[in-house]
Design a protein around this ligand. Structure first.
Ligand code: SF4
Length: 314
């Protein structure tokens, strides 16, 4: 029986952002210069394929600095770390290389500045995400009256109870849903009209562009594949955008989990990839689909990205 024909559209932009490119390069350059093993605090970026690949090259990923032999090199992940972790690395005689994305560092500086002014800061983000832990850990230790509180949703805003709202500010995680974050900020501004914050939010260009690109695909597609790992915040947000608009969406980062039943009755399939997912996985997914269907591939035009972040001294 001849294979059925389906249309496969590829979102643009998709996949690696400048911060992820930079973080991976930092690990590779450190391995080149110092030799294996090089230790990395947490997953350098949230992608299983990337982590396995760097692991094979000699990177060791640890959740605690206690697991690193003294005087070794340690790389801080793209998500950033708290001041306490930086101090701990120093106390353990580790040589730190910072792969924090410069756009996360920008939020860190903002928190530090606000905290020096003794502000009460509201961090919009997801509990337990390393970026949130790192950003909340930027409070200035010499500013005893400064505080930072995490808010994950509108219900969280409702629970806030500040008597003095004059020195109240907000910052956000860089990889949130633009729509949800806007709603949270609107409700913060409604409750505390004098609250200050960034012009819109701290959501980075890469997260915004990938969300806009997936929104553009929704009308014409009956299934969207999002390449990304389960712990990738920006990839999960892409899945949510599709599902909220009643379009089936599947998060996948390992083609051994691919099910051909997913393709049943589908005529127009879209593919995108989160900011930490490599293009090689997009091509692997296309190969899987081609085993089952005859595909007509098209690229959807989108914003061109040409941001490159400078590497730190390694
Ligand atoms: Fe930086 Fe955004 Fe990429 Fe995160 S998703 S590494 S904040 S550019």
């Amino acid at each position: 029986m001849p294979k059925e024909i389906i249309n496969l559209s590829l979102a643009n932009p998709r996949g690696f952002c400048a911060g992820v490119d930079r973080a991976i390069l930092i690990v590779e350059k450190a391995l080149e210069k110092y030799g294996a093993p090089v230790y990395v605090h947490h997953e350098v970026v949230h992608n299983k394929y990337v982590i396995n690949d760097l692991n094979k090259k000699g990177a060791i990923f640890v959740d605690s600095l206690k697991d690193i032999p003294k005087t070794s090199h340690v790389i801080f992940s793209a998500h950033g770390v708290s001041k306490a972790i930086k101090k701990q690395a120093h106390d353990f005689n580790l040589i730190a290389i910072d792969a924090t994305c410069p756009l996360v560092t920008k939020v860190h500086s903002e928190v530090n500045k606000l905290s020096k002014k003794e502000h009460t800061i509201i961090m919009i983000g997801h509990k337990g995400h390393p970026e949130v832990d790192g950003t909340m850990g930027q409070i200035d230790e010499n500013s005893p009256h400064s505080e930072i509180h995490l808010v994950e949703n509108i219900e969280g805003v409702e629970k806030l109870n500040f008597i003095n709202s004059n020195s109240l500010s907000y910052v956000s995680q860089t990889t949130l849903s633009m729509d949800d974050t806007k709603k949270i900020i609107d409700s913060l501004k409604k409750k505390y009209p004098s609250i200050s914050g960034p012009k819109n939010d701290d959501i980075c260009y890469a997260t915004q562009n990938r969300q806009e690109a997936v929104k553009k695909m929704l009308k014409q597609h009956d299934l969207i594949f999002v390449i990304g790992s389960k712990n990738s915040s920006n990839s999960n947000r892409l899945v949510e955008i599709a599902k909220e608009r009643m379009v089936e969406a599947i998060l996948i980062d390992d083609m051994s989990n691919f099910k051909k039943s997913w393709l049943k009755n589908k005529k127009n399939i879209g593919i995108t990839a989160g900011a930490s997912a490599p293009e090689i996985l997009v091509q692997e997914l296309i190969r899987e689909i081609k085993k089952n269907k005859h595909v007509l591939i098209s690229e959807i035009n989108g914003i061109e990205e040409n941001i490159i972040f400078k590497l730190p001294k390694i």
